[in-house]
Design a protein around this ligand. Structure first.
Ligand code: B1M
Length: 231
C-alpha cells in the first residue's frame, strides 16, 4: 500500500480531484503536518505533471485537470496553512504578471504568507503593470510580489518595476519576484528587492525584508545581502 502522500501525488497526477481532497483530509487526520501534505503530496504530484508535460507525455487538458485536483487539495489545506494567531506581519500585494495565467505557485505563496500572518491582496493573473501601480497606491502595502512562469512574461516584471518608479511609488514598497524561470540574478537585474525560489522561502524573505534581502535556491550557496544603505 503506497504511502498516503504518494497516493495524494498519484491521484493529483490522474486529476482525481475528489480523491485528492479526501486523501489530504485523511493525511491530516493521520497526523501529517499541512506543510508535509503540501510538499510531499500536492507539490510532488504537480512536479511530476510538470516533468511529463515537458517531455510531451502529457498535454494541456491533462495538466488543467491535474491543476483542478491541486486546487481541490489546496481547498482543504488553505485554512490550516492560513491559521495564525500572530498580528499582521504586513500587507502584501501579489499577482501573476501580464500575459501569464499560471496561478498555482502564486496561490501557494499567498497561502503561506497568510499562514505567516501577512495580510494579502491578490490581484489574480495577467496583471498589467498599471494594475500593480494602482494596487500599491490604493492598499499601501509594505511589499509587492510578482509571479511569472513563462520566460516570455518575465519582462513584465521589469515593466512593473519601471511603472512603480515612474509613479513615484518605488521607494514605498519592497518588491519580491519568483516563479520557475526567475532567478536571483534576474531579480537584481530588474531592480527588485528580493527573490524567493519557493513559497516557504517567500515567507522567510518577506519576514526578513526589513534588514536582509535575497535568498538563493541552493542551501549550499544561500546568500543574504544587506539592503542598500538608503534603507
Ligand atoms: Co504552463 N507552462 N503553459 N500551464 N505549465 C509551464 C510553466 C512550462 C514550464 C511547461 C513546460 O513546457 N515544461 C512552460 C513554460 C516554458 C517557458 O516559458 N520556459 C509552460 C507553457 C509553455 C504554457 C503554455 C504557453 C502552453 C500552451 O498553451 N502551449 C500556456 C501559457 C498560458 C499563459 O499563461 N498565457 C500554459 C498553460 C498552462 C495551464 C493553463 C495548462 C496550466 C496552468 C494552470 C494554473 O496555473 N491555474 C499550466 C501548468 C499547470 C504548467 C506546469 C505543468 C506546472 C506549473 C505549476 O503550477 N507548478 C508548468 C511546468 C512546471 O513548472 N514544471 C508549466 C506547481 C507550482 C507549485 O510551482 O508555479 O513554479 P510554481 O511555483 C513555485 C515557485 O516557482 C515559487 O513558489 C511556488 C511554490 O513553491 N513561486 C514564487 C512562484 N511564484 C512566486 C512568487 C514569489 C516567490 C516564489 O514571490 C512573489
Amino acid at each position: 500500500m503506497a504511502d498516503i502522500l504518494q497516493q495524494i501525488a498519484s491521484n493529483l497526477y490522474e486529476g482525481e480531484d475528489e480523491a485528492v481532497a479526501g486523501l489530504v483530509q485523511k493525511a491530516l487526520d493521520q497526523g501529517h503536518k499541512p506543510s508535509e501534505v503540501l510538499q510531499g503530496g500536492l507539490i510532488a504530484g504537480m512536479d511530476q505533471v510538470g516533468r511529463d508535460f515537458k517531455a510531451g507525455d502529457l498535454f494541456v487538458p491533462e495538466v488543467l485537470i491535474a491543476a483542478r485536483a491541486m486546487h481541490a487539495g489546496m481547498g482543504v489545506l488553505r485554512p490550516l496553512l492560513a491559521e495564525s494567531d500572530a498580528p499582521s506581519a504586513g500587507k502584501y500585494v501579489i499577482g501573476t504578471v501580464k500575459g501569464d495565467l499560471h496561478d498555482i505557485g502564486k496561490n501557494l505563496v499567498k497561502m503561506m504568507l497568510e499562514g505567516a500572518g501577512f495580510e494579502t491582496v491578490d490581484l489574480g493573473t495577467d496583471v498589467e503593470p498599471a494594475a500593480f501601480v494602482a494596487a500599491v497606491r490604493e492598499h499601501k502595502p509594505s511589499m509587492v510580489g510578482m509571479s511569472a512562469l513563462l520566460t516570455t512574461t518575465m519582462v513584465q516584471m521589469r515593466a512593473t518595476v519601471e511603472a512603480l518608479v515612474e509613479a513615484g511609488l518605488r521607494e514605498q514598497v519592497k518588491i519580491m519576484v519568483g516563479g520557475a524561470p526567475v532567478t536571483e540574478t534576474f531579480a537584481k537585474e530588474i531592480g527588485a528587492d528580493a527573490y524567493a525560489p519557493d513559497a516557504a522561502s517567500a515567507v522567510d524573505v518577506a519576514r526578513s525584508m526589513g534588514c536582509l534581502l535575497y535568498t538563493s535556491p541552493s542551501p549550499r550557496d544561500r546568500t543574504r545581502t544587506r539592503m542598500p544603505s538608503s534603507a
